[in-house]
Design a protein around this ligand. Sequence first.
Ligand code: ZN
Length: 854
Amino acid sequence: MKDAAPTTAPETFYLKDYKPFGFEVEAVELTFKLAPNSTRVLSKIRFSPKKNAADPRFFLHGEALKLISAKIDGAPVTPDLVEGGLSCETPDTPFTWEAEVEIDPAANTALEGLYMSSGMYCTQCEAEGFRKITYYPDRPDVMSTFSVRIEGNETVLLSNGNPTGAGEGWAEWHDPWPKPAYLFALVAGDLVNHPDRFTTRSGKDVELNIWVRPGDEGKCAFGMEALKKSMKWDEDVYGREYDLDIFNIVAVDDFNMGAMENKGLNIFNSSCVLASPETSTDANFERIEAIIAHEYFHNWTGNRITCRDWFQLCLKEGLTVFRDAQFTADMRSEPVKRIEDVIALRARQFPEDNGPLAHPPRPEQFQEINNFYTATVYEKGAEVIGMLKRVVGDDNYAAALDLYFQRHDGQACTIEDWLKVFEDATGRDLSQFKLWYSQAGTPRVQVSEDYADGAYTLTFEQSTPPTPGQPDKAPRVIPLAVGLLSPNGDEVRATDVLELTEAKQSFTFDGLAAKPVPSILREFSAPVILKRETSNAERAFLLAHDTDPFNRWEAGNALATETRVTMVVEGAAPDAAYLDALETLVRDDTLDPAFRALVLSPPSQSEIAQTLHDRGVTPDPQKIYDAAETFAQTLAQQLETSLPRLYAATTVDGPYQPDAHGAGLRALNGRILSLLTRLDGGEQAARQYQAADNMTQQYAALAALMKAENGETQSQAFFDQWQGDRLVMDKWFALQVACAAPETAAAVASKLTDHALFDMKNPNRFRAVMGALAGNHAGFHHASGAGYQLLAENLIALDSLNPQTTARMCAAFQTWKRYDSARQALIRVELERILATEDLSRDTHEMVSRILQG
Ligand SMILES: [Zn+2]
């Protein structure tokens, strides 16, 4: 199946046009007769017309369906088949709609609706996939109970809710909780399970299963523990209990997203659930724990309370990302999680917010909703919740959430409903705060200071650059967590949250014996860009003394950025004071190893490019790459005498455990190994590769060796060992492109697309190669344009198979206006080539048009 190609400009949908559906859906009964190329879906739906409906039309969405028959109250009808669905004359009183359609799951490479993956049937309906299964009002504000019968030869037949009957070749399910169609799911396959049980705090016994293909059952235990921890945590922290007799998770190899929170039947990209020490890195384990929690938490924030329309997507996603971040902070380390999240926000959301794809967390228009599953909706959406909590306080946040669950359970809600709950719980007017949901762009906060007679004044000026469709913006509510340090390093003022509400505002602190050093935006209390005249000496002071771990890391990050920028712009040598500060930190055994690993991780080359661009310097990707190499080499030489001792001291003894402490030590150990490899050519890395009994260390050693262009033997050995494991092979594909030198990256990626194990239809494998190419900054932006050309060619080829993944990966071009005119010209050619492709999908058409126009 393929999206309908736009013959004229694709239709645009607007938030302001919202109208409720004119009918209640009282109950849905579905029967699936499974066959790879000719599955029959029978639907029996009880509709009841609403009185005085704003839109009384009976319109059911439907795409790529073959209508076999339709009936109303048992009598055959002939509906009007139109683009995107059907309409039909209906009675004024409640009636039963029946339809039989035929679909072709085996030919469905778009992975939306019902499709096949490695011989199993599975579904993905969010956002608008259910309309590829049968005719239905496929919109989140239409909620109903679903009863499902599945007929098929597979050993395992699953749907939402509780099982109500099963026999040879059939199974029946009933979901008592009304839900929108996007939460529908069906799985049929010859699967095996990893079972467990959980007793809720009110004593309800719940059956838990993780279903996988035979051979993967040994990789489920960690995910199951994560699920049970999530269930317990949501009871303890949010008072939310699970509400069915059974909770199923299924691992699927071909999946566009990470995972999907279908009611009682979560479907996961296998990369986000399968884990074992031999095949998964520490980063994989942490991500799996977080995604299992995220999807589970959706049961309340998303499923029991859902979104009225897709413009409200951040209502469920922002809140659930915020909740899963709280969970990870509780399970692991709060400061480390915060730093990791800010690194990700700056890497993914800031470029979006400051480029042609900028949009508010609640967009007001779209052509293809799949293009709005973005870092802005998810990660900035979560930042907005964090600010709201900071502004109202923890107790008020808890009270507002209780009210939210009590007031809106079973409803499809809006951002207005969400904020009203906080207003009612706190008595506070949040109309200005709401601008965070309607305005795009990252606010800049310019800081100036004044000190006289013991009084220290901080003055803040906020502004937000123009974004598409939003030239001017009003001041927002910005919570700034600020502490003050005395010149000797003591904290003289603990953290205070200053609330910025005006374009320019001053705050004065009295009774200070000396001019303090300010620590501003502690914990990264708002997603803004802070601008302040400061010195490397002051940054080094904060790196050494700040009591806020986030700002301590931030000071180091700022020093790293300044050093890199000076190296690129002035051709300077790495800053000696910064190298000394790093050496002190890395040797400080009192500091959390995970924190030290983060301090040792340089800002990304893309971030340096953005910083240069912000300062009016056109970034040269090759120079940025060279500076990064020079810096790492100089740091390795500076640490030469201590590296072997540090390497030994951070090597974890005993059997591998994926806990936070061990992961932190291994992260630091990996950083040290990469520096060591610059000096010994890979001797230690080769030994580690040989001895490693877990993927984290095997992978770190291979990466270090490949970066040193001395890893061919190990790369071949890795391939021989793991060629039968799809997820490990994704790592192998990605690593070759990620480690390639700028001048060879495109050629390496191109060669890999010819590899026997490259499969364009598998999103994980496609992303492994093409995502790694886009992430190899100097390689992708090599002056030859080979990187741009290769990505464009592959996106064009993928578009006819999988529009959703194609469109999403077009974002690799979103920063194109940063670069010089020659590179811009090369990129424009590729973007225009994509746009000129015959039968281009609506998804990709919208993305490329926005990138070109911005
Ligand atoms: Zn989600």
